[in-house]
Design a protein around this ligand. Structure first.
Ligand code: URA
Length: 501
């Protein structure tokens, strides 16, 4: 569905008029809210996409803006009020333009974190952030484009395997990715472990590669959803990241602006995820699916486990090697299975004539025939990456110290704290504590035993790749402490809890 009418039965009188516009009269404010009702992405005379709304033509932007004050909206949210679409849009656009200072936006974000947002407020915020910059229409290069997004975890190199796998089945994958922050890794950092890989593409380059190769994975364009870029940076330093409506609108505004028709959300839950409980992950998945579907996109969410790292490798170059090995049919079982689930969802969303079983058989064929691996090589070289380092054996840069750590005891692995493993990788230099910190692509850890597996004392438990002895010793201590042991059998956690669509 492409029609949105931002008129709600709120505490104000509402007088719909023709042409998709409505006038809202509030007791305090008198403003007009443009309620476009046409297809998402359509451009209006003011050059803005109809995914958002703009200052009203009748009273004019100046009058509209003069009648709202940031402080009133902060107070309203602080006191548990519900913000209207126009109020949210005013706040979001004014902050993006620099008309609202950081201290007021920080207070507002904290009020949202503490008081929450309704489903409608969350949708309105998403739309406003998506409309704060350019919105892509990719249909001139591909009839259907699919995207995926992970909420972030440890050892999550899914995009690197899944994007070429899906593209090898004929469905173009266009994705804008992010960098790692804190314990959670980022796809761009992993890809930059490949010498020459270019993450900064213009929108024209992004589209051209999507059309020609069928896979493109680049950094988020600064022209898309600039409101989110600004607000996310502020949230990062004001303790306001872990708010469900702010996370949902942040993720979905970028996905909506990036133009994919179908989006699979990989919502992680567990110790190494933002969403620690299944209920939180479910709530986040539900609102993101609702937002996307409400905007006419095909969206589903896979709720997957992040209580232990995904696969065995954690660290940028090590994860690239594991993803490439997976396309060679030599990846770890849990990671392969996870990739299959995500890829199946991408295929069935992108091609509604497929069911899960036929999607799986297409994927197996792409994998076993080597077409998925060929697609990966075509994609990486199209983005300037040196594919000679992705051979078997690989020749990516190695850390100076590579040490095996033996199991300190015999037993069955009961748990591996994913966040601790992520933090150990950050301490080794694989991640960054602060935005902009440099990272070392060569360092990280490979886990030889995962939950439910039996180990004998002295067997290799981990291999640590480090740049110096002190970091290696610190990581060794932290990683050994992340393991919990059992004498009896242990059932590994499920890989996927549920799929929401
Ligand atoms: N990822 C995002 O893009 N935004 C958030 O708010 C959290 C994770």
């Amino acid at each position: 569905m492409g029609n949105w009418t931002f008129v709600r039965a709120v505490r104000v009188a509402c007088f719909p008029t023709g042409g998709g516009r409505a006038f809202l009269f509030s007791t305090r404010l008198c403003y007009t809210l443009v309620a476009y009702s046409d297809k998402p992405g359509a451009q209006h005379r003011d050059g803005l996409s109809s995914v958002g709304r703009r200052a009203p033509p009748v009273l004019g932007p100046l009058v509209w803006r003069r009648m709202m004050r940031a402080v009133d909206l902060i107070i309203k949210k602080r006191d548990g009020g519900i913000l209207s679409a126009a109020e949210i849009d005013y706040f979001c656009q004014s902050y993006t333009r620099g008309d609202i200072p950081d201290y007021q936006a920080a207070a507002w974000a904290m009020a949202v974190l503490l008081k929450g947002m309704t489903r409608q407020e969350t949708i309105d915020l998403t739309l406003s952030m998506a409309a704060s910059g350019e919105t892509l229409d990719l249909h001139d290069v591909a009839p259907v484009v699919v995207d995926k997004h992970s909420t972030g975890g440890v050892g999550d190199k899914t995009t690197i395997a899944v994007a070429p796998l899906v593209a090898a089945c004929g469905l173009p994958v266009g994705k804008m990715s992010g960098r790692g922050l804190g314990f959670s890794g980022g796809t761009l950092d992993k890809l930059e472990a490949i010498p020459g890989y270019e993450t900064v593409l213009s929108i024209e380059q992004f589209k051209a590669q999507l059309g020609q190769v069928g896979v493109v994975v680049a950094g988020q364009s600064g022209d898309l959803a600039p409101a989110d870029a600004k607000l996310y940076a502020l949230r990062d330093v004001t303790g306001t990241v872990p708010s469900l409506p702010l996370i949902a609108s942040s993720i979905m505004s970028k996905k909506i602006a990036a133009g994919a028709d179908a989006i699979v959300l990989d919502v992680k839950t567990g110790t190494g995820a933002f969403m620690k409980t299944l209920d939180e992950a479910r709530a986040l998945a539900r609102i993101m699916v609702d937002i996307g579907q409400g905007l006419g996109r095909q969206v589903s969410a896979v709720i997957s486990d992040m209580n232990q790292p995904l696969g065995r490798a954690v660290g940028n170059a090590l994860e690239v090697i594991e993803a490439v090995d997976t396309l060679r049919g030599k990846g770890p079982a849990d990671f392969c299975q996870h990739c299959m689930v995500v890829a199946e969802q991408m295929l069935v969303l992108g091609d509604p004539s497929l069911d899960l079983a036929s999607a799986r058989s297409l994927l197996r064929d792409a994998l076993e025939s080597g077409r998925a691996l060929d697609k990966l090589m075509a994609w990486i070289s199209a983005q300037g990456g040196d594919i000679t380092v992705l051979g078997d054996p690989p020749a990516l840069r190695r850390a100076p110290l590579v040490r095996s750590v033996p199991a300190p005891r015999s037993g069955i692995v009961r748990a591996i704290d994913a966040m601790e493993v992520g933090l150990a990788a950050v301490e080794l230099g694989a991640g960054r504590a602060r935005k902009g910190d440099p990272i070392d692509h060569s360092v990280g850890v490979v886990l030889h035993a995962k939950v439910g597996e039996e180990v004998r004392a002295g067997d290799p438990l981990l291999t640590i790749h480090a740049s110096d002895g002190d970091k290696l010793a610190a990581a060794r201590r932290r990683l050994l402490a992340a393991y919990a042991w059992s004498e009896g059998d242990v059932e590994p956690p499920p890989l996927v809890y549920e799929v929401i669509c």
